[in-house]
Design a protein around this ligand. Structure first.
Ligand code: FMN
Length: 372
């Protein structure tokens, strides 16, 4: 019997060889938004892992939409050329589809990298900038307040998402993930904690969903129709009175009705008051709920670390794919090891075929080697 985790999956017209997705992971290692050698090394080895899909880190649609000054971006010709070099090198040695997460940090912009403490860079300090948001409410009370976006500001954000989607299309990106999670701009519109607008973008659930849905629409329109666009959502704010799973189901239905190819179900990030109940697969129940109520493939994420655990999520119909972040950094050959444990086969580069363990003689697809 084949392992359900290693069954192919369709996300729109994109076919994944298996259900293992590499989650987007910020590297805070770009220069003016441009990818460099770190990205080549980092993405290069992840692309040899045999996963079904690699999603590039949160990629800012504008300089002001970056979380930190070192974030990856795709808003200039220089950014596009730098990423073309990295992708060219990676693709020369891997046929893994590469997606990209399109992001705008909103009020969480102008932050330091996590290893520099991750705090806001106060206005006036070197490398700081004015953050933008639905409302002029800071993420934490002691922080500088963002500027509330006016109509011209909203239009610039729409234009930036569309322009970045067009650049991603030119780069041959296989699919786009609209980042509407983790307390960044689109999530800020969804959550009553961050959105206090009294125009058509605030107040009712319908109004709070309006701008994220508009962004989905402009990205969808700017990206080739045969390549999928999907969304990452925080299923709950983990704060009473905040965004919740009911809103998530409603948003997922609205996205699915527009052709959204998948929902990547995460949680949290909009408020320092969040009380997250952590544990293995802690966000999987949210993915299960979306999958049960909405006709759309779901990707579960969060403390999925063991092959048997991932297999059970797929076999139990809780989600259509699993995505892994930290476990992939810790063990970039996680999919190989999962395939070995679950009796499946996986793609590996020919240069590494000779590493196939004696007890897993049929692990690597097409593997053959000889010597004279
Ligand atoms: C180094 C690192 C960078 C991350 N960057 C992003 C990101 O760019 N976009 C995003 O949506 N989530 C990001 N996350 C969150 C992960 O995608 C994932 O949802 C989270 O780590 C939980 O999954 P895990 O338990 O498998 O690590 C990041 C996580 C890590 C560890």
């Amino acid at each position: 019997m084949t392992s359900p985790l290693f069954e192919p999956l369709q996300i729109g017209e994109l076919r994944l060889a298996n259900r293992i997705v590499i989650a987007p992971m910020c590297q805070y290692s770009a220069s003016d938004g441009s990818a460099g050698d770190w990205h080549l090394i980092h993405l290069g080895h992840l692309a040899l892992s045999g996963a079904g899909l690699l999603i590039l880190e949160a990629t800012a649609v504008s300089a002001e939409g970056r979380i930190s000054p070192d974030d990856l971006g795709l808003y200039s010709d220089a950014n596009e050329a730098a990423l073309a070099r990295v992708l060219g090198a990676v693709r020369a040695h891997s046929s893994m589809p590469i997606g990209m997460q399109l992001a705008h940090a909103g009020r969480k912009a102008s932050s330091r990298a996590p290893w520099q403490g991750g705090a806001q860079i106060p206005l006036g300090e070197p490398r700081s900038w004015q953050a933008l948001a639905p409302s002029s409410l800071p993420h934490a009370p002691t922080e500088d307040a963002p500027l509330a976006l006016d109509e011209a500001g909203l239009q610039k954000v729409r234009d930036d998402f569309a322009a970045t989607a067009r650049r991603a299309a030119r780069l041959g990106i296989a699919g786009l993930e609209v980042h509407a999670a983790h307390g960044y701009l689109l999530h800020q519109f969804l959550s009553p904690i961050a959105n206090r607008r009294d125009d058509r973008y605030g107040g009712s659930l319908e109004n709070r969903m309006r701008f994220p849905l508009e962004i989905y629409d402009v990205v969808r329109a700017a990206f080739p129709a045969e390549r999928p666009v999907w969304a990452r959502i925080s299923a709950t704010d983990w704060v009473p009175g905040g965004w919740d799973i009911e809103g998530t189901v409603a948003l997922s239905k609205a996205l699915a009705a527009r052709g959204c190819a998948a929902i990547h179900v995460s949680s949290g990030g909009v408020s320092p008051d969040q009380k997250i109940v952590l544990g293995p697969g802690y966000q999987v129940p949210f993915a299960r709920r979306v999958k049960a109520e909405v006709d759309v493939p779901t990707i579960a994420v969060g403390l999925i670390t063991e092959p048997e655990q991932a297999e059970a999520i797929i076999a139990g119909g809780e989600a259509d794919a699993v995505s892994l972040a930290r476990a992939m950094l810790y063990d970039p050959r996680w999919p190989w090891h999962a395939a070995a444990k679950l009796g499946a086969r996986i793609t590996a580069p020919p240069q590494y075929w000779r590493s196939q363990p004696r007890e897993h003689k049929d692990l690597f697809e097409n593997a053959a080697f000889g010597a004279r």
